[in-house]
Design a protein around this ligand. Structure first.
Ligand code: GTP
Ligand code: MG
Length: 140
């Protein structure tokens, strides 16, 4: 059975949307295998966002992810990687489709697409890697 690493980013936690986001994941039918509120670290984020290192938005993205606690979640279910990204909606919350997490709950607060409430793994390889980063004890 597939697993995905989902994060409620600091904007989502700060706005009190953790419960609503978990509700949507459970309502879709996926299982919550692990849920933990934690402070990211520069080391965790360097590993998590390695693919974006060197891009212009990398430093502000890391700073944003350190601005408050993150809810780290391991989601389980057949095709949950694809399924959660469908629930999350497009990266840019301004134009993410209504009905999605980003489309219903997100908007541009002046930082383009940076504050978009959630992260979801984009492939089985990413999910395994990211679960190892955020939940060293779980593996994938
Ligand atoms: P994640 O599920 O968070 O990985 O989102 P994604 O896969 O839709 O986006 P991507 O992996 O391309 O980018 C990771 C994150 O970096 C995004 O979710 C945004 O928070 C941020 N980001 C991406 N592109 C930009 C950009 O052009 N400007 C800014 N400020 N942030 C960006
Ligand atoms: Mg991504």
């Amino acid at each position: 059975v597939q697993r995905s690493l989902v994060l409620v980013k600091p904007d989502g936690v700060r706005r009190g949307l953790s419960g609503e986001i978990l509700r949507r994941i459970e309502a879709k039918g996926y299982t919550l295998v692990a849920v933990e509120l934690r402070d990211a670290t520069p080391e965790i984020l360097a590993a998590h966002y390695a693919e974006h290192e060197g891009k212009p938005f990398y430093a502000p993205l890391v700073e944003f992810m350190l601005s408050g606690p993150v809810l780290a979640v391991v989601v389980e279910g057949h095709r949950c990687i694809e399924g959660f990204r469908s629930l999350a909606g497009a990266t840019d919350p301004t134009v993410a489709a209504p009905g999605t997490i980003r489309g219903d709950l997100g908007r541009d607060w002046g930082l383009a697409v940076q504050q978009n409430l959630v992260h979801g793994s984009d492939s089985p390889e990413s999910a395994e890697r990211e679960i190892g980063i955020w939940f060293a004890d779980l593996g994938a």
